[in-house]
Design a protein around this ligand. Structure first.
Ligand code: THU
Length: 161
């Protein structure tokens, strides 16, 4: 419910990887592994996304580009749409997103684009609980957030607003 004057407080943690529990470190490693086979002849920017499901399954995706530029797709949506296509969204619990450039080492977390956030938001509503999102470059600190609506996309589009 919106009030006339209000504000939103966004919680996040910027952590060293070793401060995370083992399942999250493992998810981050899998996201980096899959980023290495991204198809990025145009941007040279590789992104990998690994989804941790409640039953232990890990679903991976990376960015795929195309000479007809809008035809490519981000790593996050490739992973999420695969999960959606296989009716697995209710089991989604955590997401790890890793990015690196073929031209220079990315040592800071990269956050998902607006279109991916909107997809994450809608799937979080289906899940019915906050999704944990871990973001990291090829090296460096990990940005950790809990809740797409709370942290990554407050005021996201909702057809049933
Ligand atoms: N990209 C992703 O895969 N995820 C994001 O959240 C942002 C951007 C990709 C799209 C494109 O292939 C490359 O990174 C450069 O924008």
């Amino acid at each position: 419910m919106l009030r006339m004057d209000d504000s939103i407080h966004i919680n996040f943690q910027l952590l060293e990887a070793h401060e995370l529990p083992e399942d999250e470190r493992s998810l981050l490693r899998k996201a980096l592994e899959i980023s290495e086979s991204a198809y990025v002849p145009y941007s040279k920017f590789q992104v990998g996304c690994a989804l941790q499901m409640a039953d232990g399954e890990i679903i991976r995706g990376n960015n795929q580009e195309n000479a007809a530029f809008p035809s490519g797709l981000c790593a996050e949506r490739n992973a999420l749409f695969y999960a959606g296509a296989h009716n697995k969204i209710p089991g989604l619990r955590k997401m790890a997103i890793r990015a690196n450039s073929l031209e220079k080492v990315i040592d800071q977390p990269v956050t998902p684009c607006g279109a991916c956030r909107q997809v994450m938001l809608e799937y979080e509503r289906i899940v019915g609980q906050d999704i944990v999102v871990l973001m990291q470059g090829k090296e460096g600190k990990v940005l950790k957030m809990k809740g797409i609506a709370k942290c990554l996309l407050p005021f996201g589009f909702d057809i049933a607003f």
